[in-house]
Design a protein around this ligand. Structure first.
Ligand SMILES: [Mg+2]
Length: 300
């Protein structure tokens, strides 16, 4: 019995779940969606939020760097807008036609004997559109997306969200209800930092915040120790590593700190991580030897 137990433990695959980022992970950066998305975000900031065009470049960089997404940063510094309207503006005009069905990836995914879940900062409409264009819509058991982590549009941080950690100072976000007269001058803040003045916090929950990743794992009932996380963003990989995930950086073969593997393309998954197929092979071998034993006893 003891031997049998140990034998069964040896059969247990190392992973239960594969967690995939969507954009620039399941399709290459060269598709042009990321570049187009950035242009649309800049247009939104000028056209809808009335931000001076000359500030856009610096502002985007600062917000993206400090808040995970430009959108989360815009909310933090005091802009208020409808999340759905924002998403339809920045994603509505993306060159989705550049994404083609990927039967190779589809076959790879469907042959991997693990739970497969998407985790993206993008909204559900965009995620569904991308998966449909790639022909991968039935390859995943679920999608953790913007709406999962941000179910309602809240202008203020309420007391019942104490367990969720936001960036920066709670006081600013709670007292600023998005009126344009109270926009936090974040460019000025970085040009001449005032000692003791923290960054305002965002009500938006997104990668690479560790709290966002932990929340996603909880929602999807995922054990980080038994999960492989595929991402093109180095900072998301590093945040994933900090919460205990095994990590695969996509888009480069150069491993960085925090990445257990690095693949130029998701298509290289079989060559780069053969152990993912080992669980399958072990169970095939076990089944085969079982048959042999039966045959031997019949012919004996
Ligand atoms: Mg990505």
């Amino acid at each position: 019995m003891v031997f049998e137990d140990l034998y069964m433990q040896g059969q247990r695959p190392k992973y239960d779940c594969l967690l995939f980022d969507l954009d620039d992970t399941l399709y290459p950066l060269s598709s042009g969606l990321a570049t187009s998305c950035r242009t649309n975000i800049e247009d939104y900031m000028v056209e809808k939020l009335g931000i001076d065009k000359s500030k856009i470049h610096d502002l985007c960089n600062i917000l993206y760097k400090n808040y995970g997404t430009t959108m989360a940063g815009l909310r933090a510094i005091g802009y208020d807008f409808d999340y759905d309207e924002y998403h339809s503006f920045v994603h509505g005009r993306l060159p989705y036609e550049n994404l083609k069905p990927d039967p190779v990836l589809r076959s790879l995914l469907l042959n991997l004997p693990y739970r497969r879940v998407i985790f993206t900062n993008a909204d559900k409409v965009h995620a569904a559109k991308v998966l449909s264009k790639l022909g991968l819509e039935d390859c995943f058991e679920g999608i953790v997306c913007f709406e999962t982590l941000n179910p309602t549009h809240k202008s203020t941080v309420s007391d019942d969200e104490d367990d969720i950690e936001f960036v920066g100072s709670r006081t600013f976000a709670a007292t600023n209800n998005g009126s344009s007269s109270e926009i936090f001058d974040i460019i000025g803040h970085f040009a001449q930092p005032i000692v003791g003045l923290g960054l305002p916090k965002s009500p938006i929950v997104c990668k690479p915040s560790e709290a966002a990743i932990e929340q996603a794992l909880k929602v999807a009932n995922i054990d980080p120790q038994r999960t492989l996380f595929f991402e093109d963003s180095v900072r998301n990989i590093q945040a994933g590593k900090r919460v205990g995930l095994q990590t695969v950086l996509i888009g480069t073969s150069q491993r960085v700190k925090g990445a257990d593997y690095a693949l130029e393309s998701i298509h290289n998954i079989r060559e780069a991580i053969p152990e993912l197929w080992e669980a399958d092979r072990k169970s095939e071998v076990a089944a085969y030897s079982g048959n042999v034993a039966v045959e031997t006893s019949v012919t004996a």
